[in-house]
Ligand binder design. Structure first.
Ligand SMILES: *Cc1c(COP(=O)(O)O)cnc(C)c1O
Length: 462
């Protein structure tokens, strides 16, 4: 029974040790992975150790090297050693974190994490919270709470009556919103047609004058204003104070997408980017990105705890209420789920406030160096300097062609295996997105990456 755990731990150690040398992009095509993994369902079980050994062998070359220090694609983050260890224990303990009866220690750990993070990020002490799968579900949870409050204020009990026939809710935001907001609008019956775009200034921040005009046009109808704390392309922050003031004057609910940027609240250097953010009504962020937790770690905070609870609490015939400790599923969209508080608790303790601040500042410094040094290469230009840890560059061939050339250079960098970046379309042009959010990234990783990009760009330019 125990040997299989030792086998897995040995594979894990070997993988982590190999990260610095391993090519970052997957080396094996999907068809080959299918050939290896799509075995017939066995009639008789296979021995545990053999199943694990074969899983490792069959996945080899088919893993994205996002756990390593030279992965700069999307916004993914790695895993802190202590958080990884706690994640192993989470599965070992196999707690059902639905309630404080099924998982008492986890209930307390979650409560502690919620309080710590409110302190760390400067959110109101009285805000409620939930530990969800990711920022997507954090948005869904926050917007469900907003929907409850906005419709209840208009005499509509959405939990009982549903959305059919209810006053329509509008969401005002800028084009810089993440698509996960659209999915939250879809599943909540708000609908994507309800998302209206307000003008942004040349830095991508919501134009508060345009927001005020749009709020007036809503004629007092139920409205959510969605603001960004660190958008995924440029890392931009909306002007929270003035935007919250305008929104609240019109009785709108303000939700903040802080998937990436809310963590700068830990850093004295960057904290002012969040000025006024505490005036919002709900906040969503991710633990599995910049905090470097394993996946399955979203966080949502809601100012109006009663609205949050009314959206999710559900009586059951078999629940045993324990009043003194928060009951997780009263706040979560999920019922049975893993104890995702353990890795979070462990990460917060292993880093401390100073460790989180250091990670934020270090990643941001690496991003600035990557963007400025790559942007200075012949044939490259800077499209957007990082505000925090996200920036954009683009490339041109000798004939001056940008868009397809940028994609070709990205592909060549990925194929070289030293580093990994992804492409994006930003303001109508193709760009290479540079995102630094792994605790492992070092100055040497940045140096090696710039050399690899220089080589790929020179080769592609011919
Ligand atoms: C990643 C991201 C999301 C979605 O978060 P998930 O954890 O993938 O659900 C939302 N907003 C922004 C700005 C993001 O970067």
């Amino acid at each position: 029974m125990m040997n299989v755990l030792n086998v897995a731990a040995a594979h894990a150690a070997k993988y982590l040790e190999s990260l610095p040398e391993r090519p970052i992009a997957p080396q094996v095509p999907l068809a080959e992975l299918q050939r290896r993994l799509a075995k017939p369902l066995p009639e008789q079980g296979v021995a545990d150790e053999a199943v694990i050994d074969e899983l490792v062998r069959d996945c080899d070359g088919g893993l994205m090297g996002s756990a390593g220090g030279r992965f700069f694609g999307w916004v993914i983050g790695g895993t802190l050693p202590a958080a990884l260890a706690a994640d192993w224990l989470t599965s070992t303990w196999d707690q059902n974190a639905a309630s404080n009866v099924t998982a008492p220690a986890e209930a307390v750990v979650e409560q502690v994490c919620g309080e710590w993070i409110k302190q760390l990020l400067g959110l109101p002490d009285s805000a409620s919270f939930a530990l969800v799968t990711g920022c997507q579900m954090a948005h869904t949870t926050a917007l469900a709470s907003a929907r409850h409050k906005l419709l209840r204020d208009r005499g509509w009990d959405v939990e009982a009556r549903g959305v059919s026939g209810a006053p329509p809710i509008r969401i005002l935001t800028t084009e810089n919103r993440h698509e996960s907001i659209l999915r939250a609008a879809r599943v909540l019956g708000i609908g994507t047609d309800a998302v209206k775009y307000v003008r942004a200034d040349n830095l991508g921040r919501i134009d508060v004058g345009a927001l005020e005009t749009a709020l007036k046009e809503s004629g007092g109808g139920p409205t959510v204003v969605l603001l960004q704390a660190g958008d995924l392309n440029t890392g931009m922050f909306d002007p929270f104070g003035p935007a919250c003031e305008a929104a609240h004057a019109a009785k709108a609910w303000v939700h903040v997408d802080g998937a990436i940027g809310l963590w700068v609240g830990a850093s004295a250097r960057y904290r002012s980017l969040l000025d006024g953010v505490e005036r919002a009504d709900s906040w969503a962020t991710d633990g599995h990105k910049w905090l470097n937790l394993p996946f399955d770690s979203g966080l949502v905070f809601v100012r109006d705890a009663a609205a949050h609870k009314a959206s999710f609490a559900q009586d059951t015939s078999y629940s045993v209420p324990v009043e003194a400790v928060r009951n997780q599923k009263d706040w979560n969209p999920e019922w049975s789920r893993r104890g995702r508080g353990f890795p979070l608790y462990t990460a917060l303790r292993s880093l401390g406030r100073a460790g989180i601040a250091d990670m934020v500042e270090r990643c941001s410094a690496h991003a600035t160096r990557l963007v400025s040094e790559i942007g200075a290469l012949p044939g490259a230009e800077i499209a957007s300097m990082p505000v925090i840890n996200q920036g954009l560059v683009r490339f041109s061939s000798k004939t001056g062609e940008h868009d397809t050339f940028t994609d070709r250079v990205i592909r060549r960098i990925q194929d070289a295996g030293v580093a990994f970046f992804g492409g994006s379309t930003w303001r109508g042009m193709r760009v290479m997105r540079i995102s630094v959010c792994n605790w492992r990234t070092t100055g040497d990783d940045v140096t090696a990456t710039i050399a690899s990009v220089a080589e790929a760009l020179a080769a592609e330019r011919g």
